[in-house]
Write a protein that binds this ligand. Structure first.
Ligand code: SF4
Length: 346
């Protein structure tokens, strides 16, 4: 089993015996966004189980909004930097908690050193982020896992020579075997915490399956201190997927457990549409409960018995259950409000 030394990212500690931290990456340009909306969404993501959030910092136009996002203190904020080291210096000056860079695309070594020294002055973390899709020139056709590991170890040596130790590394690939191989080989040589991800993993279904497979293999080896499930979809889905993976593997406990039926020709309540409307709100509740959302009388009352709160459609009505006992019936249009009212009583 591998272990990692501890690295602090704001108030979140990675490595050691700390829990595996969940990350996502904001999906809009900082300069273009409504900061109040971003902060509202970050609070929801945090309530859903997100620990760290990353933003692409692409130009000086991002500065004012990014400063406000960092100073809100909702969760540690990471600046994602490519090509221009001066954007990293700006993001650090804005108050971010961590910078993610690939020294291979920053240019001259002294530029990376400037970033590292600025981060060191403020006690920040840096993630050396390597991706098999952007290997250093001249390595096309080589074994991707080896090139990523060799590059990561070389950059770690640079950082160490500058006296910097608050380093995290990621070795990502869209190929599962390359991801597993690269992370396993890296951890054999280094105790730096790793950020796991199967990158460009597709939509919800393919990403969840591929990420779960890769992460479970790596977690079993003791590899993985923080993770992102990269989904071509919503960032709320990314956080939901990451938390569900951790819970399924026993690394996280508690929270809202949703039981819902897949729907079939018998349904008299659109459990699918209802779930899509209420799911993120349910997952953000600070409660340790099971909620069942069922489509008809076949399995609805039975699942309700095993849930703290349940809702099911029977005929033209929607029935609510509290601790397995029928609580009442309501019109479909009031179902959402009544469900959350009932949960509020717990
Ligand atoms: S609960 Fe009813 S609607 Fe849902 S899958 Fe089972 S039989 Fe079909």
């Amino acid at each position: 089993m591998f272990s990692s030394k501890v690295v602090k990212v704001g108030n979140v500690a990675l490595g050691g015996s700390n829990p595996i931290a969940v990350q996502t990456m904001y999906d809009s340009q900082i300069a273009e966004c409504d900061v109040d909306q971003v902060l509202h969404r970050m609070r929801l993501l945090k309530a859903m189980g997100c620990d760290i959030i990353r933003f692409s910092y692409v130009s000086s136009a991002d500065r004012d909004n990014f400063r406000r996002i960092c100073s809100a203190g909702i969760m540690p904020v990471v600046a994602d930097i490519h090509f221009d080291y001066r954007m990293a210096l700006e993001a650090i000056e804005c108050g971010c908690d961590k910078v993610r860079i690939n020294p291979g695309n920053i240019g001259a070594r002294w530029k990376t050193e400037e970033v590292v020294r600025a981060a060191m002055d403020r006690g920040l973390a840096i993630r050396i982020g390597l991706n098999s899709g952007s290997l250093p020139r001249g390595h096309e056709g080589c074994d991707k896992a080896s090139v990523m590991v060799d590059s990561a170890l070389e950059y770690v040596d640079w950082f160490t020579s500058w006296g910097f130790s608050n380093t995290v590394v990621s070795l990502k690939s869209s190929d599962i075997d390359t991801t597993i191989e690269a992370n396993s080989r890296f951890k054999k040589q280094c105790d730096i915490p790793v950020h796991l991800g199967v990158t460009e993993a597709g939509g919800v279904v393919s990403s969840c399956i591929r990420s779960t497979y890769a992460f479970s293999r790596l977690f079993d080896l003791g590899i993985g201190d923080t993770m992102r499930v990269s989904i071509t979809g919503s960032i709320e889905d990314e956080v939901h997927a990451a938390v569900e993976i951790l819970r399924a593997m026993g690394y996280r406990k508690g929270g809202v457990r949703i039981v819902s039926c897949p729907r079939c020709g018998r349904h008299s309540f659109d459990s699918q549409g209802f779930l899509s409307r209420v799911e993120n709100r349910l997952l953000a509740l600070d409660k340790d409960i099971t909620v069942a959302i069922m489509g008809c009388q076949v399995n609805g009352p039975g699942e309700a018995k095993n849930a703290d709160v349940a809702i099911t459609g029977i005929g033209n009505k929607v029935f609510l259950y509290l601790h397995g006992q029928l609580y009442g019936d309501v019109d479909v249009q009031n179902a959402e409000a009544e469900l959350f009212d009932l949960i509020g009583k717990l």
